[in-house]
Design a protein around this ligand. Structure first.
Ligand SMILES: C[S@@+](CC[C@H](N)C(=O)[O-])C[C@H]1O[C@@H](n2cnc3c(N)ncnc32)[C@H](O)[C@@H]1O
Ligand SMILES: [Zn+2]
Length: 343
């Protein structure tokens, strides 16, 4: 591991003494604890309120633990040939309607005096209350259940065609980068489970990979996944708005599905530009609605896909001057890809 790429957040030097349980800066003595050998190179007191809330409620919670299942499910109406998702959807909706039907039958029976309350009734009411509490906390899931079918139907009538597809853009980038002579340094910010890094062609490069994320639950899944896939990779728990890396370190800086949710997207973009080498590629993918979206698709976008976000489109006005020439592509109905080379 190249330790020189890591910066101490306290003194901004890069001299380290590393142990499996903590890292220590040789310059100022600051210690950073490790989780399963992964250093926690961020300052909790500097993490933005929104990032903290997202981490604690979503990514270290239910969504993070079952991320691989819940994330595709949230995109149910837009995913082609997703039979398993629709089967689960049907089972959930049928169960909820049965529960609601039973409670209505119970209330009517009790009001008319034709029904005496049994233990089974009480258990059913408790289940209904628990389910109600769950959906009150995870309202985006309730919106998904209500909107999935109308959105699926609405999408059948739209004619969205990207000028360049997600796959084409990635294939071009990887072909260009493959021609570089030196071994590349790739940083994946908010890498999470490493799903995007692994699946979109980056593994074809002759490269060293570094992944950073604020959530332990997410990052440790990424670590386990890449270990199982035998991909050597450096992991760090860190904050995208204060990257613990030396400037001009990476040839490729990626950010899939996280920028729009940060408290301070401008600072995160400035940090991406700072750690990229001159001429280095900066790539961001996140939610953005296509222009011709129908009313029901807009509702689904706002209440489900982009419900947790601060920004609901690519925040181009926040790009730092070094990335002023970045291009934004609407690659899917609900996602943009922003590509720039650091000037
Ligand atoms: C939607 S997930 C995307 C994960 C991965 N890039 C992918 O495409 O599968 C968003 C990730 O951003 C991370 N994240 C949120 N705020 C962050 C911050 N301030 N710094 C670093 N990571 C952050 C979350 O922990 C989560 O893993
Ligand atoms: Zn230090």
């Amino acid at each position: 591991m190249n330790l020189l790429k890591y910066l101490c957040l306290n003194c901004h030097e890069n001299q380290w003494r590393t142990y499996s349980t903590f890292w220590q800066c040789e310059n100022c003595g600051q210690q950073y604890p490790c989780v399963k050998g992964v250093p926690r190179l961020y300052r909790e007191s500097h993490v933005g309120a929104k990032d903290k809330a997202l981490r604690d409620f979503f990514y270290n919670g239910l969504l993070g633990r079952y991320y691989q299942h819940i994330m595709p499910f949230l995109a149910l109406p837009v995913r082609p040939a997703y039979k398993k998702g629709w089967l689960v959807y049907t089972l959930i909706v049928a169960s909820l309607l049965t529960l609601i039907g039973y409670v209505v039958y119970l209330l009517v029976g009790l009001a008319r005096g034709t029904h005496a309350l049994s233990v089974l009734d009480i258990i059913t009411v408790l289940i209904v209350l628990t389910v109600g509490y769950f959906f009150a906390r995870h309202r985006y899931l309730l919106y998904l259940l209500v909107l999935a079918v109308p959105v699926k139907i609405s999408l059948l009538f739209t004619k969205f065609r990207p000028r360049a597809t997600f796959a084409e853009l990635h294939a071009n980038l990887i072909a260009q980068l493959s021609q570089r002579k030196e071994r590349l340094q790739v940083l994946d910010i908010s890498t999470g489970t490493c799903n995007s890094l692994f699946r979109h062609g980056w593994m074809k490069l002759d490269a060293d990979y570094t992944g950073l994320d604020l959530s332990e639950t997410m990052l440790l899944q990424g670590l386990d996944f890449m270990t199982a896939e035998r991909v050597p990779m450096d992991f760090v728990l860190g904050d995208a708005v204060e990257l613990p890396f030396s400037s001009e370190t990476f040839d490729v800086v990626l950010n899939y599905g996280a920028l729009n949710g940060y408290s301070d997207a401008a600072q995160a973009l400035a940090e991406m530009a700072r750690v990229a080498k001159p001429g280095g590629l900066v790539l961001v993918l996140d939610e953005q609605l296509y222009d011709e979206a129908s009313a029901v698709e807009r509702l689904y976008f706002r209440r489900v896909l982009s419900s947790h976000n601060v920004h609901h489109r690519c925040p181009v006005e926040l790009l730092p001057p070094e990335l002023a020439r970045a291009e934004v592509h609407q690659v899917y109905h609900f996602y943009y890809l922003c590509l720039g080379y650091k000037q």
